[in-house]
Design a protein around this ligand. Structure first.
Ligand code: SF4
Length: 489
């Protein structure tokens, strides 16, 4: 019998097939799983971080983490607060309750702790279903749940010295909302446990064939192996209506879309690129855009940390704190220098800004990819550190987004409808790859940085710093190489 945990249940609500695969063929699931598990680990880590403040709020919280499942039932008979209460039903439905207040006589209140700044009710993070799931497990074990309280971060909170839990946290009683969905949730749990314990399901074609790629999970290609390399799901910004229309026409390959079928201008270029087997480039537009740049060129990229509980004064929950940058400086004569910075300790970005001032001269263009991110961080820092305001305003005014030419003037079907640097680089500069690096993507970079500032072992610190520096350096080197390729067209 497979266990059904809280996390499983939310995945089940999103897609029973993917959960079935995870439970019944974990090796196959792992092969397709991308950065999602890192993302989940981050959420769990953040949850623990918030929990520390919650336990400060309530006196004498007894941590039951070490107790075997269901052993806590007798302990929580005595009134008081208990954290990490592990319970399981006879059908293998399992929940570890963040915080419970026992009122005696098997009556409890459940506190669900989240690192979000609101109660999320969307499909992917349905907090109310999550709580109803815990209520089910508790009630199946003979407990009566009197109240359920959602604890989350206060979105207005700004760190200014030591954090007081009362200012950081918001407690909302969501009992009525949970009562409303409770019966339906019990039914879903029942259907879900039956489903994941089935010996087999159809592993050919899943429901997402009718949806856009933003709905697909990592295992889309496992369930839909005959989807061509350049499928209709790659068409940039395609909506579900068009997916359904094309499926009705039995079209799955972009090249098979009939000429009379209306596509957006970008999608038409994707199709044309595929038919011709080459990129479709408006050379004049690309040249005109690049001609606006002035040397030296500063290829620039920040890495930031979006801590759930802010650790730097002036920042709020999940607000990105810049901790690192990479800078490649390209002179008109072709000489290239690299400069970088990675904060030694977690602190405000003043030292980072001083280094930027040292390396970035008063003339020349800054070049970033998806530059609105760098620009928005500069704007935030301008407010927080007015002494750097004129420098930050100046560099924002000199910033060019290297992604711009790829919005419509340089379209290659091999980008698969994306204009992220991770999609463009392997096509334009295949010899330069993130695959050889220890950190290969944004989620991994954030994960590494969050761990870095809690590490104590000097060897581990050195290793992770090396990996972070290499990743950020490649981001700006990739821009230099892409820029040089654009000059050749
Ligand atoms: S692609 Fe969609 S339907 Fe298919 S397994 Fe993933 S979430 Fe489920």
């Amino acid at each position: 019998m497979h266990k059904l945990t809280k996390t499983d249940f939310i995945q089940l609500l999103n897609c029973p097939q993917s959960l079935w695969l995870l439970k019944n063929k974990p090796e196959a699931y792992k092969e397709y799983e991308a950065e999602f598990s890192l993302f989940l680990q981050k959420l769990i880590r953040e949850g623990y971080e918030v929990e520390e403040y919650v336990t400060q709020m309530f006196k004498d919280v007894k941590d039951l983490e070490q107790l075997p499942t269901n052993k806590s039932l007798s302990v929580i008979n005595s009134p008081g607060f208990y954290s990490q209460v592990a319970l399981e039903t006879s059908e293998g439905v399992y929940a570890r309750l963040d915080l419970v207040e026992s009122l005696g006589d098997k009556v409890i209140d459940i506190y669900e702790i989240k690192s979000s700044t609101s109660i999320k009710k969307d499909k992917r993070h349905n907090h109310l279903k999550d709580i109803a799931f815990q209520k089910y497990v508790a009630q199946q074990n003979g407990l009566t749940v009197r109240d359920v309280i959602h604890v989350h971060l206060n979105k207005e909170f700004i760190k200014d010295g030591a954090i007081t839990p009362e200012h950081l946290l918001v407690l909302e009683n969501v009992n009525d909302a949970v009562v409303e969905i409770y019966d339906a949730t019990c039914e879903e749990i029942k259907i879900g446990t039956d489903f994941i314990n089935q010996d087999s399901i159809s592993e050919h074609a899943c429901d997402c064939l009718d949806k856009t790629s933003s709905n697909h999970c990592d295992t889309f290609r496992y369930f839909n192996r005959d989807i061509p390399t350049h499928s209709i799901y790659d068409l940039q910004r395609i909506n579900q209506k068009k997916i359904l229309e094309l499926r009705e026409l039995t079209v799955s390959d972009i090249t098979d879309i009939p000429t009379e079928y209306k596509l957006s201008p970008y999608q038409e270029l994707q199709q044309l690129s595929l038919q011709r087997g080459e990129p479709i480039i408006d050379k004049q537009e690309v040249k005109d855009a690049l001609s606006k740049l002035t040397f030296p060129l500063y290829f620039f990229d920040y890495e930031t940390l979006p801590f759930a509980v802010p650790r730097v004064n002036g920042y709020g929950p999940h607000q990105h704190t810049p901790v690192q940058f990479s800078l490649h400086i390209l002179e008109k004569n072709g000489s290239l220098e690299h400069r970088e910075y990675l904060a030694q300790m977690l602190e405000g970005p003043e030292k980072l800004l001083l280094k930027m001032q040292e390396y970035i001269g008063t003339t020349g263009s800054l070049v970033s990819w998806y530059a609105s991110f760098e620009i928005s961080k500069n704007r935030e820092m301008k407010e927080l550190y007015p002494e750097f305001a004129s420098f930050l305003t100046d560099i924002n005014n000199r910033t060019f987004d290297l992604m711009d030419p790829f919005r419509k003037d340089y379209v290659d079907a091999k980008f698969h409808g994306s204009n992220s640097i991770k999609s463009v680089l392997p096509v334009l500069v295949p010899e330069l790859s993130y695959k050889d690096l220890e950190i290969q993507g944004g989620t991994m970079a954030v994960d590494a940085a969050e761990r870095l500032y809690d590490m104590t072992d000097p060897n581990e610190i050195q290793e992770i710093r090396k990996a972070m520096l290499a990743y950020c350096e490649l981001d700006t080197l990739a821009m230099v190489k892409i820029y040089q390729k654009l000059l050749e067209i």
